[in-house]
Design a protein around this ligand. Structure first.
Ligand code: GLY
Length: 605
């Protein structure tokens, strides 16, 4: 087979499009049967439900609302709120607070996040920014050694890496404005689970075991997640909680109760604030009382774009998620994606080269809009996207050095995403994080929660890759009162009629954006149902490192063809956890917890 790109790439792009369709179709007719995933389907219609029910994976089906998160007890708490008459916001907030108890790797009081909300009664979308903020004493060279090199220890594992936590402010702000239940009601499940304890599940036991060497360096974190046992050679030793054992977190319960009782001031002032500031003073951190009391979580205008008739609503800066997602979608929109086929070499090549162009812009232009100018209008304009598309080489991979010229690496991450649909048709997409799993591994004494290392998302030094291998620029330099650029991409999609349809998002650091992209393409373009869209193998490319990451599940033939086009392939562990929901055409909802994280659950109202 000769690639259709091969025939056409010497022609101008506008010709490519026209020729592409006919060339592709004639190729398919002459030499290959048309596969289900190559037929254009229109996603959320009643007629498609039957076809979609014949696919390999199945979403949880609810006649009312649904909550999907990365941990079962958290999803159950959210579904309980829906049953009590709460709405999607009540459910999302209850779920997020429970995640701070039952998913300590990523759920948090000491971190931050973003929420995108479709409020059905108003038919209006909102974005809430509760990303952490650099304290006033932070500065550009915060993570540099005296010789100008980057100190990975300062950047990742010290209190210098901690931004002023935003989750409590954000969750309470959303709940106060839109929730139907009381703060006490939505916080009750988290308090109960922290106080009475919950049974440690296999994935948490495994995660705690792996995190031991890091968490055991902080006496407070060690006493939260490990217990003392007699050592065989005498004396005592620390051991992780095992699957099936009960983990109680009384200090966390106290912090949660203070929030429930007093609201925002129960965290940013008084007892909990005193504990945070005392730790900072004792161990060289920068956050003071004013940083805490000044924290704000503003409502922002979401970024929006139309892809194949569907309105994609996502997070604006200080997340790069929405803009980068929309840039990639707009870049690939005119191509005959259905005919190129799901996860074919042609398709993956196009996605990879488009991802690289968009990540180049991400790293160059984006940062905190409160402190820098970002040309959002230009970056999403048709003329600019056309100019990017002209740079696509459809025959072979363009190296990162040719595209941008700088150097690189990469690593894992832990963030968590939850999605909610309620019976009114409101949708929430909420992504929250401590940055690394368990943040910087330092917990607040007496308060029971871990602190983030979110400031590692800043550019420690221009040109030096961060923890995700992202090589960023001056726009995202550390500065007092600034929020670090994020990749979190909570996203809501409206169907072709403009009605609320789907909510998704994911953890995964820099891979979040491309995870969301592929869930949307699978659902909108390739006719896969929600569960199959989430389960299908994913790829990722971000310019630097100059490699194409692929999950298990691509055929050796595809791998071979990609190598022929010059891609350096990196076979990765699974990427992301895209817990997603969607509204059914005639009422009710579907939900899916990403099978990559088996502790997740979609629970119906
Ligand atoms: N900490 C990962 C992100 O916000 O992109």
């Amino acid at each position: 087979m000769k690639s259709i790109f091969h025939h056409l790439s010497r022609k101008r792009y506008s010709n490519f499009l026209i020729l592409n369709v006919s060339a592709s179709i004639s190729f398919l007719l002459s030499s290959s049967p048309i596969c289900a995933n190559q037929i254009r389907l229109k996603g959320p219609t009643a007629e498609n439900l039957l076809q979609e029910s014949g696919q390999r994976f199945h979403p949880v089906d609810s006649s009312l609302g649904i909550v999907s998160s990365q941990e079962r007890l958290a999803s159950e708490a959210g579904a309980l709120m829906l049953r009590k008459g709460g709405n999607a916001i009540d459910a999302a907030v209850a779920t997020a607070f429970v995640l701070s108890v039952t998913l300590p790797q990523a759920g948090n009081l000491g971190g931050g996040g973003f929420l995108v909300f479709w409020h059905a009664p108003e038919r209006k979308s909102y974005a809430l920014n509760f990303r952490e903020i650099a304290p006033q004493l932070a500065h550009r060279d915060l993570f540099l050694n005296a010789d100008g090199t980057v100190s990975k220890n300062k950047e990742f594992f010290s209190l210098l890496s901690t931004g002023v936590p935003g989750s409590v402010a954000g969750l309470l702000k959303a709940q106060k404005r839109f929730g139907r239940l009381s703060r006490a009601e939505v916080m009750a499940p988290s308090i109960q689970l922290a106080d009475a304890g919950f049974v440690v599940y296999p994935q948490l036991a495994d995660s705690l075991k792996r995190a031991f060497s890091r968490l055991s360096q902080d006496p407070t974190a060690r006493s939260l997640f490990y217990r003392q046992v007699d050592a065989p050679e005498g004396g005592i030793q620390w051991t992780p909680y095992q699957s099936g054992e009960k983990l109680r977190q009384p200090d966390l319960a106290k912090s949660l109760k203070l929030i429930s009782l007093k609201g925002v001031s129960g965290f940013y002032e008084g007892t909990t604030a005193n504990k945070i500031v005392a730790l900072m003073k004792a161990q060289g951190g920068l956050i003071d009382h004013l940083d805490l009391s000044d924290f704000s979580a503003p409502w922002l205008e979401p970024v929006k774009g139309v892809f194949r008739g569907y309105t994609v609503i996502s997070m604006p800066p200080p997340s790069s998620g929405g803009i980068t997602l929309l840039q990639i979608l707009k870049l690939i929109e005119p191509f005959d994606l259905e005919v190129l086929g799901l996860n074919s070499a042609d398709s993956i090549h196009l996605l990879t080269e488009s991802m690289n162009l968009a990540y180049r812009d991400r790293n160059h232009f984006l940062g905190d809009p409160d402190q820098i100018d970002i040309p959002i209008g230009k970056l999403l304009s048709s003329s600019y996207i056309d100019s990017l598309r002209d740079q696509l080489n459809l025959n072979s991979h363009t190296s990162a050095a040719d595209l941008a010229g700088q150097a690189p690496m990469s690593s894992g991450v832990n963030t968590t995403h939850l999605s909610v649909a309620d019976r009114d048709g409101s949708l929430v997409a909420l992504t929250t994080t401590l940055n690394f799993a368990y943040g910087n591994g330092i917990a607040v004494p007496g308060a029971g929660f871990l602190l983030n290392n979110e400031l590692a998302d800043f550019t420690a030094k221009p040109g030096v890759p961060n923890a995700y291998g992202l090589v960023q620029g001056e726009q995202n330099a550390v500065a007092p009162g600034r929020r670090p650029l994020s990749s979190m991409t909570p996203t809501i999609v409206l169907n072709e009629a403009g009605d609320s349809w789907l909510a998704t998002g994911s953890p995964g650091g820099s891979r979040i954006i491309t995870t969301v992209l592929q869930v949307l393409l699978n659902r909108i373009v390739h006719g896969l149902n929600l569960a199959t869209s989430v389960a299908t193998p994913r790829i990722h490319s971000q310019l630097w490192p100059d490699s194409l990451q692929i999950e298990q599940g691509l055929s050796p033939d595809t791998v071979h063809l990609l190598r022929q086009r010059g891609h350096a392939l990196r076979f990765t562990r699974s990427m992301g956890s895209a817990n997603s929901v969607e509204l059914k055409p005639n009422g009710g909802s579907f939900g899916v917890a990403d099978p990559r994280r088996p502790e997740g659950a979609a629970i119906s109202e």
